[in-house]
Design a protein around this ligand. Structure first.
Ligand code: PMP
Length: 427
């Protein structure tokens, strides 16, 4: 038995089946955009730990900052003996985040926890309960965030009643037959038929839906949502957990829009592989919950905060926003050329912002019908060929590329060649 197979057998016996795996490999070590499994096989990593590694695996600057903090102290609880790295990181993010100033930042541990807290803060500030989210959106797997997530299977089915006060609008996607006018019409229906506007605390939206299929929120929708929010005293929450920290060619994806959110959630690439999440927002809104209403034992762990400060330095000093745009352009050019070839599986809707690139696998060239089986076959072939590749999308037929923005040109090219091989239709 290989080490991978041995661990798979032990995993099956020891860990519940409910955690899905994108690959069948077990990690042994990793560096920048490369990963080696326990059998010694090398992979190019186009998953980046699901958008966590914009600065790559084990960036030396991030490692050094984390190590220095580990040698000082690893945990005190911010509620017991607070520390500078938390405050310094909040100060930097308050200055950088595209929210109305003055801003304040709260740190937590997971993306779901950031979303939970953004909702709590919005409810405390507005003194209202209802929340509007979008179909296909993903905000987490906790009890509240799975209610916000716009997909029933596997996130909600059989897992108990969804929290009351959560409503969904259809997200505009051409391939799903919904446009911005449809979405706004449904918003008006919802506010007339189900919930009075003055009972809505917030609208939460991902600037680019991540798990839902790398679908970009049209600027006219974002603008219209901001207008409706202002009209009715509703807060706009941008969930930047997947889009943040340079992935889209800006530090935050909301910088692609001409309106600002009131609150923004972040996690994943914030701390380059250490568990850290946050909520940033207008100070007045962030200060709404009572003393003791926010926090958590591990929230804003000092090692993770030190790592995050280094991540921000790396993004700036290594010009990773430019790198994201260059990476995305290369990926798009290569995939665009591939899409015209007859020996490649039918692909459509190549899209993306910066280095957040995706395309769909469809059953017929020029069509929209999703082909989830072929998509699975492509990610499996990629793994066989030494490429870690993720799918996503409400129909499980989207291939998404989340390569570290620090990847060298040669590793990126090698990965794209492996992608080409994986997409080559077998006779
Ligand atoms: N929001 C978005 C946009 C996400 O992509 C995710 C994770 N994929 C989450 C929230 C939840 O984050 P976590 O898994 O860290 O709880």
């Amino acid at each position: 038995m290989t080490h991978n197979a041995d661990l798979a057998a032990r995993r099956t016996a020891a860990v519940p089946r409910g955690i899905g795996h994108a690959t069948t490999i077990y990690a042994a070590r990793a560096e920048n955009a490369e990963l080696w499994d326990v059998d010694g096989k090398r992979y190019i990593d186009f998953a980046g730990g699901i958008a966590v590694l914009n600065t790559g695996h084990r960036h030396p600057r991030v490692q050094a900052a984390a190590l220095a903090q580990m040698n000082a102290f690893t945990h005190t609880a911010f509620q017991v003996a607070p520390y500078e790295p938390y405050i310094a990181l909040a100060e930097r993010l308050n200055a950088l985040a595209p929210v109305t100033k003055p801003a304040k930042t709260l740190f937590l541990t997971t993306g779901s926890e950031a979303v939970e807290n953004a909702i709590k803060i919005a409810r405390a500030y507005t003194k209202r309960d209802n929340i509007i989210a979008f179909s296909g959106g993903f905000h987490g797997r906790t009890a509240l965030t799975s209610a916000l997530t716009g997909k029933v299977v596997p996130y909600k089915k059989g897992l108990g009643p969804a929290q009351a006060g959560v409503y969904h609008l259809p997200f505009p996607v051409e391939a799903h037959g919904v446009d911005v006018a449809d979405t706004l019409k449904m918003l008006d229906y919802l506010l007339r038929a189900d919930i009075a506007p003055d009972t809505v605390a917030a609208i939460i939206i991902e600037p680019v839906q991540g798990e839902g299929g790398f679908l970009i929120t049209p600027p006219e929708l974002m603008r219209a949502l901001r207008e409706r929010c202002d009209q009715h005293g509703i807060l706009l929450i941008a969930d930047e957990v997947q889009t943040g920290f340079g992935r889209t060619g800006k530090l935050f994806a909301m910088e692609h829009y001409d309106v600002k959110p009131d609150l923004m959630t972040m996690a994943k690439s914030l701390a380059g592989g250490y568990p850290l999440s946050g909520v940033v927002g207008r100070a007045e809104v962030m200060d709404a919950p009572e003393l003791g209403g926010l926090g958590g034992t591990y929230g804003g762990n000092p090692v993770a905060c030190a790592a995050a400060l280094a991540v921000l330095d790396v993004i700036e000093e290594e010009h990773l926003l430019d790198a994201a745009n260059r990476q995305g352009d290369k990926m798009k050019a290569r995939i665009e050329a591939l899409s015209r070839r007859n020996d490649i599986v039918p692909i459509s809707a190549l899209r993306g912002l910066g280095g957040m690139i995706a395309f769909d696998i469809v059953s017929e060239r020029g069509g929209f019908a999703p082909d989830a089986a072929t998509t699975k076959a492509v990610t499996t072939r990629a793994q066989d060929n030494g490429l870690i590749l993720l799918s996503c999308g409400v129909f499980a037929n989207t291939i998404r590329l989340l390569c570290p923005l620090t990847a060298s040109d040669s590793v990126l090219e090698e990965g794209l060649t492996k992608l080409e091989t994986a997409l080559t239709a077998r006779p």
